[in-house]
Structure formats: structure tokens, C-alpha cells
Write a protein that binds this ligand. Structure first.
Ligand code: NOJ
Length: 761
């Protein structure tokens, strides 16, 4: 129903278009059936002017935006409210993005309903890790190794966002990120392809829900940025990538494919060039691979001014050329530059862009709108008077669950953790102690207005006697504070145990936040030195949006927790882990190298012709740095528990995998400790000899198991031939018989349980 009580059907009857509507599968879950274009869409396209078509391919940043949303992108021209209303009436706008204002959405949609063809607007937004309830940053949440958790948080975010009229999220970010200098690794799932695929699929399923895209609580997902954005040279945002087709197919494509297989109907072209051709004008990427080989029928949107940036890349001569190159390459919708609106009509009239190309893009955009149910009811997600769906108690409870499940324990000497919630004095020291703003992470545009999410508040709520907590900043993120060290040392001396909340502020990671060094900034290390010198036990709780090099920090702390940016329940989730209400169960989704100079470092690197046989001692003429082995300080998959985990009893049957068969793998995991634990049991393989060199290890599966004190459980994995595929010399997936190593292990780079098996011809 429209706000005026008129249904979309009545509106179309009034405009003589009822026959069109009869073709539309009302309420049908089209999200799973991207192939069928309702017939009314072509009839509609037949009535559109070129200008209206260009309008359907033009997305602008919303004229009504909060400060955080406005700051998320460079300032460019965005029309005022009245301009966007006029554009909606003129049919020159497909939609807007990054507004959370339901009344504005209603106003704009009403304007679109006054347009000649009454094509509904689409409302998009960067709903990355929560909406008004903020969940852990995606990298942190990926540390849970629990795709189902990612599905549930995406579902909750979609429910909140859809209830203010948002139809489409620019998420999940599925870029594999292997260079910790790159700030945007925080938005994704880390360095591993398997974890990336599972998280991508889970998040798409969560955003889109199970009842089809037309469901009022579904939002369309947009796996981004297609493609290889994470391969930016030097970890520098927006920088050149030069990636072979094999690496694209083996490493960077799979999470996108997983997202599309899970039902995503949109993707965003990346800012970067790939081997000389910008993704936004890359016909091979968008047309041959995405649409041709993968049969993707959905919408490709440019990134913010991505088409216009073809000029700066030196790929397009001017705006007109940029629009031409982008649409011909397969970019359906232009975000923010306005170039399509300005140039497409003329490019078609001059014959430089075939009308059929524009019509195909318009068809895809209109089909997406139909799939979202917008032709049926343009106001289906715009319900200003409906009861609030924001920050419901169950959503906040989920935020706490997600927060505590994202915390990784790296070190716990003498079992200093968990702390007792009563009977000891705690000094909480560091710039992150009371920084609730940083708990939101760098990509929160709509929520996190919750000052009680910081660590100090979380600890106080959990402590029997909150007066036993003293809180001192000690220094800023990047510089000392007057008297800061002295205050911190005094607080430490007066306490039984110190929690140091240090690391990166939210501004250290995210878009355009690449760092040359991935350490905790020196003023904070100086503070840690001074506090550690008191001799009090020190527990470091890191705030971070990337892997950090912790070599200098580690000896100063008895315990270290990786706390990322955990969102609305950050302090509570951390307190749960610190006091043992919940045992740490997360694992690193990115390798933590020993030193910044090792990056890009990732566990599934190649072996080289001169592997280093003894990483801990210097060997000449081997693949290592002069002072540092080519190994992680904390590898991918690493994380401790409060239990004492042992692995044993590996059984792989006869160790032979036939073409059609399966290899059943069993191992037993014991908790010999006195506290409950959750272990992430990981299966790695290595192909000993192949026609393309293979990584030193590759993750093939993982299971999270809960173990009571003293308990044991048998974990089962199954390997199939398809799990051993790689991209062969002919750039096609292939598998070759031979000998494989296999490990069932608590992380990469440790031996765990080892066996070999044969893949038979
Ligand atoms: C630029 C970012 O690269 C992209 O991820 C985001 O969705 C757009 N800005 C819109 O805010």
C-alpha cells in the first residue's frame, strides 16, 4: 500500500498499466530466480525516454544524511533535498544511498510515484556490521570461525535497516586481504579463501533472509569490491593491483562466487585497476567472467565516482569517455558521478553505445526493484508508524554474544586470566579504556550512540564492587598526555592486576587508512613499559582493525587479548571473557607477523625453491629475512582457550582417495583442563608435487567444538576430490593424483596431527 492507501496495482490501473502488473509474480520470492525478467519490465522499458533510462542507472548519495554518513566518502556534488525530489519526479534518479531517515525515504518515494512511469526508488546504504545495533567489525566477527553467527548478525542488521526503508546494503565486503597495512581489511574476513567463502555466503544469506527478497525485512546484498581490491600494492588504499588470472581465480574470485551462489544479485566494481585495466572498465572481468562464465544476472554498481576516476587512472579521456567505457564494460549503475545521466543519452544517439546495452542495464536494475517487491509496494520497507525494530533486547543480546565470540586469546602466562570479578583491585589503563567511539569501528554510519559500550563500563557492570576499578588513560593514541605515565604507574601500583587497553583507534583502519607500520603506536608502548616495570601482572586488551606486529609488546604482558572493535556490547563482551563468564573461543582470521616488514604475510604462501628448514635459527641462502624468519608470530587460526586442549587419535582409514570416493578423517580432541573450552579444529592439506606450485598449507575445513573440563570429542572431516582442485596451467580447475600431506591442527603453521594420503588417478 502507498501511504495514501492506494496499492501499486491501483496506481498502475490508473495509468493504464494493469496488464503489466499481471505479469509480476506478486510476493513471489524472485531472489532465488534471477533468470526470469517479468514481462512488464520490457513494456516499461519500451516507454522510457533515454533520459529516464539514464536516470534508472544513476544513484546519488542522499541529500539527507547524518554526519557519519556524509564523512564516509569524499565531498562531491550532491543535490539538495529539493533537487533530489525534483529528480525523482522527473524520473532521473534510480535511488539514493546512506540515509537512515524513514520520513525522507517516504517523501522521496512519494515523489517517484508522481513521476511519469512511477518507477519506485531504491534506497541503499553501507550497512556493514550492524545498523543501530553495532556488531563486531567483520574481521573481528570472522575470528569467531562461526559463519552462522555472521548470518545471524547480518539478519539482525537487515531487520533494523529495512525497517527505515533501506532495500539494499553495500555489503558484505568479501575482499581477501593479505597485507595488513591496508586499512580496509577490517571490513572483510581476512586472508583465507575458505573462511572468506563461508563468511561471504553466510552474510549474504543473513542480509537477504530466507523468505525471498520481497520480504519487507530482506535487504539485497552486494558482495564488493569486484575485484582484487585487497591486492593493492604496498597495502596502499586505491593502489594498483597486478594479479595473474590464476591468482584471481584461485584467491580473489571464490568469496564472490560464494556470495552469488548464496543469492546475491548485485556487486560493486572495485576502484583499483587490475594489471592495467581498471575494474570499473574491465570488460573481461564484468562481462566475460561475471556474466559470461558465472551467469550472473544481477546489477553491477560502480563504487563512489569509480567511473569518473577512470580519467585519473589515465584510462578515459574525459567524463563522456568514462561513461562510455564503464557501461560498455558492464557497469549498470553509476554511483555519485552523475556521468551516466549526463552522457548516456548522447552516447546512444551518437551510436557509441548501443541502445541494447543501456536497455540491458535498465532491465537488470528494474528487475532488482521487482525482486525487492518495490513495484508491488514501493513503501513496503517504509513504515514510519510501525513499532521500532531498532536495538531490540534480543538484538543487543546478539551483539554481546558476537562480541565475546570475536575475542582472541593470544597469551595467558600463569593463567592470569580469567580474572576474579571480586576481591581484587584492577587498574584499567590506556587510550581505549573509555573510548566508546572506537568500539564502533571505522564503518559505523548509523549506530553506536551508546557510551556504555566501552571497556570501563563493561568491567564495572561485571565487577562485584565497581569501586575496585581505577581508570586512567595514560596517553593518547599517538602521543603522551601530561602526567599520563605517572598517573598510570600510580594506578598500577595501587592495583593487584592491570588491564592495558591499547592499540589502534577506529581511525587507524578503514577506507584510506593504510599504515606503513602495523605496530601499536610508540607512546602506548612507552606507557606499557612504565606500567610493566611496576611488576604488576599486565593483561593487554588490544583494539585493532588489522593484524598487528606484537614482537615488542609481547614480553611486557602476561596475557594478551585481541579485541578488534566489538560494537554495541564491546565492554560487556570483553568483560565476559576477562572474568571467565565466557571462555575465549575465537581464532585469528589473519596471521600476525613478527614485524611490519614481513607484510604481505599470509599462512598459505608458496614454499619457494629454498625453504627455511629451521625458522628459529639463521640459515644462509634460505627464504627468510636476516633477522626474522618467514613465519608468523601468531599464525592464522591461532587462539588459546581457558582449557588445556590436546589432539590425538588421527585416523584416515587406508589413506587413499579415489575419483568418486571420500576420505574420512577422524581425530580426537581432549580438554585436559579444569575449565570449559571451545576449540576450532582445523584441517589443512598440502599437495606435494603439482603442475602448478601449491601453497605450504591450505585450510580445507574447520569445526568448532565445545568441551567441558575433562571431556573429549571425536571430530570428523570428509575430503573429496573436488576439495583438492586448483587452477591449472590452462587456467581451468584441475586436480592431479599424487601424495598429499594432511594436518588436523589448532592453527596453521603448527604440526598438530599429521598424515599423508594418496589421491588415486
Ligand atoms: C566507497 C567504498 O569503497 C564503498 O565500499 C562504499 O560502499 C561506497 N563508498 C559508498 O559509501
Amino acid at each position: 500500500m502507498t501511504p495514501g492507501g492506494i496499492t501499486r496495482r491501483q496506481l498502475l490501473v490508473a495509468t493504464g498499466a494493469a496488464t503489466l502488473l499481471s505479469q509480476l509474480p506478486m510476493g513471489l520470492a524472485l531472489g532465488r530466480d534471477a533468470g526470469k525478467v517479468p514481462a512488464f519490465i520490457d513494456t516499461l522499458i519500451g516507454k522510457m525516454t533515454l533520459q529516464e533510462k539514464a536516470g534508472q542507472l544513476t544513484l546519488f548519495s542522499s541529500a539527507s544524511q547524518n554526519g557519519a554518513a556524509a564523512a564516509a566518502n569524499p565531498v562531491t556534488f550532491t543535490g539538495a533535498v529539493s533537487v533530489q525530489i525534483a529528480a525523482a519526479i522527473a524520473g532521473q534518479l534510480t535511488g539514493v544511498f546512506n540515509s537512515s531517515n524513514v520520513l525522507w525515504h517516504e517523501r522521496l518515494q512519494k515523489a517517484a510515484m508522481q513521476s511519469r512511469l512511477k518507477i519506485p526508488m531504491i534506497f541503499a546504504a553501507d550497512v556493514i556490521h550492524g545498523f543501530t545495533t553495532v556488531f563486531p567489525v567483520p574481521l573481528g566477527e570472522s575470528a569467531s570461525f562461526e559463519p552462522e553467527l555472521a548470518r545471524r548478525t547480518a539478519r539482525a542488521a537487515a531487520m533494523e535497516a529495512a525497517s527505515v526503508g533501506i532495500d539494499w546494503t553495500f555489503a558484505p565486503m568479501v575482499d581477501i586481504a593479505r597485507d595488513a597495512r591496508w586499512g580496509r581489511g577490517v571490513e572483510g574476513s581476512g586472508e583465507d579463501v575458505l573462511l572468506g567463502r563461508r563468511m561471504a555466503a553466510a552474510r549474504v544469506q543473513g542480509f537477504q533472509g530466507e523468505r525471498g527478497l520481497a520480504d519487507p525485512e530482506a535487504v539485497a546484498a552486494c558482495p564488493k569490491h569486484f575485484c582484487a581490491y585487497g591486492a593493492a600494492e604496498g597495502g596502499l588504499d586505491y593502489n594498483t593491483t597486478d594479479v595473474s588470472e590464476r591468482v584471481l581465480r584461485q584467491t580473489y574470485f571464490p568469496p564472490f562466487q560464494a556470495g552469488f551462489e548464496a543469492g546475491a544479485l548485485t556487486t560493486m566494481a572495485a576502484f583499483n585497476e587490475i594489471s592495467g585495466i581498471p575494474a570499473t572498465a574491465n570488460k573481461w572481468l564484468l562481462d566475460d567472467v561475471l556474466r559470461g562464465q558465472w551467469d550472473f544476472r544481477g546489477v553491477v554498481v560502480s563504487d563512489y565516482t569509480g567511473d569518473e576516476e577512470l580519467i585519473a587512472h589515465g584510462f578515459a579521456r574525459d567524463g563522456r569517455d568514462a561513461a562510455r567505457l564503464a557501461i560498455l564494460a558492464g557497469v549498470d549503475m553509476s554511483m555519485q558521478s552523475g556521468l551516466y545521466l549526463k552522457h548516456l543519452p548522447d552516447l546512444v544517439e551518437s551510436g557509441e553505445v548501443p541502445l541494447a546495452v543501456v536497455d540491458a542495464s535498465v532491465r537488470r536494475v528494474l528487475q532488482l526493484k521487482a525482486q525487492l517487491g518495490l513495484f508491488d509496494d514501493p513503501f513496503r520497507r517504509i513504515r514510519p508508524s510501525a513499532p521500532s525494530r531498532q536495538r531490540l533486547p534480543e538484538t543487543l543480546a546478539l551483539a554481546r554474544e558476537a562480541a565475546r565470540k570475536s575475542v582472541v586469546l593470544l597469551k595467558n602466562d600463569n593463567q592470569v586470566l580469567p580474572l576474579r570479578a571480586g576481591g581484587q583491585r584492577i587498574a584499567l589503563i590506556g587510550p581505549l579504556a573509555q573510548d566508546w567511539d572506537s568500539t564502533k569501528g571505522p564503518w559505523t554510519l548509523f549506530g553506536g550512540d551508546d557510551s556504555s559500550s566501552d571497556l570501563a563500563s563493561g568491567l564495572k557492570q561485571a565487577m562485584a564492587d565497581p569501586t575496585q576499578l581505577s581508570v586512567v588513560a595514560g596517553c593518547g593514541y599517538q602521543g603522551p598526555l601530561p602526567g599520563g605515565i605517572e598517573d598510570a604507574v600510580n594506578a598500577a601500583n595501587a592495583a593487584d592486576v592491570v588491564i592495558m587497553a591499547i592499540g589502534e583507534s577506529r581511525d587507524h583502519s578503514g577506507e584510506a587508512r593504510s599504515r606503513t607500520s602495523i605496530t601499536v603506536p610508540q607512546p602506548q608502548l612507552d606507557l606499557l613499559d612504565a606500567v610493566a616495570a611496576t611488576g604488576k601482572p599486565v593483561v593487554v586488551v588490544l583494539g585493532n582493525g588489522r593484524a598487528l606486529a606484537l614482537g615488542e609488546l609481547l614480553p611486557k604482558a602476561q596475557a594478551v587479548l585481541v579485541g578488534w572493535y566489538l560494537g554495541s556490547a564491546s565492554g560487556l563482551g570483553l568483560a565476559d571473557v576477562l572474568f571467565g563468564a565466557y571462555g575465549p573461543s575465537a581464532r585469528l582470521p589473519v596471521s600476525f607477523p613478527r614485524e611490519s616488514g614481513q607484510v604481505p604475510y599470509y599462512y598459505d604462501h608458496k614454499i619457494t625453491g629454498r625453504p627455511d628448514p629451521h625458522p628459529e635459527k639463521l640459515s644462509a641462502f634460505k627464504t627468510r629475512y636476516m633477522t626474522t624468519p618467514n613465519a608468523a608470530l601468531f599464525p592464522f587460526g591461532f587462539g588459546l582457550t581457558y582449557g588445556r586442549i590436546e589432539y590425538g587419535g588421527l585416523d584416515i582409514g587406508d589413506g587413499r582417495l579415489t575419483v568418486e570416493g571420500t576420505l574420512a578423517i577422524r581425530a580426537t580432541v581432549h580438554n585436559r583442563g579444569t575449565r570449559a573450552a571451545e576449540e576450532v579444529v582445523q584441517l589443512y592439506i598440502h599437495d606435494r608435487a603439482a603442475s602448478i606450485t601449491r601453497p605450504v598449507q591450505e585450510l580445507k575445513d574447520f569445526r568448532k567444538v565445545a568441551l567441558a573440563p575433562g571431556a573429549s570429542t571425536q571430530v570428523h572431516f570428509t575430503l573429496r576430490r573436488a576439495d583438492l582442485l586448483f587452477i591449472g596451467q590452462d587456467l581451468k580447475p584441475t586436480v592431479e593424483p599424487g601424495t598429499f600431506d594432511l594436518w588436523v591442527a589448532p592453527s596453521a603453521e603448527v604440526d598438530g596431527l599429521h598424515a599423508t594420503f594418496e589421491l588415486l588417478a
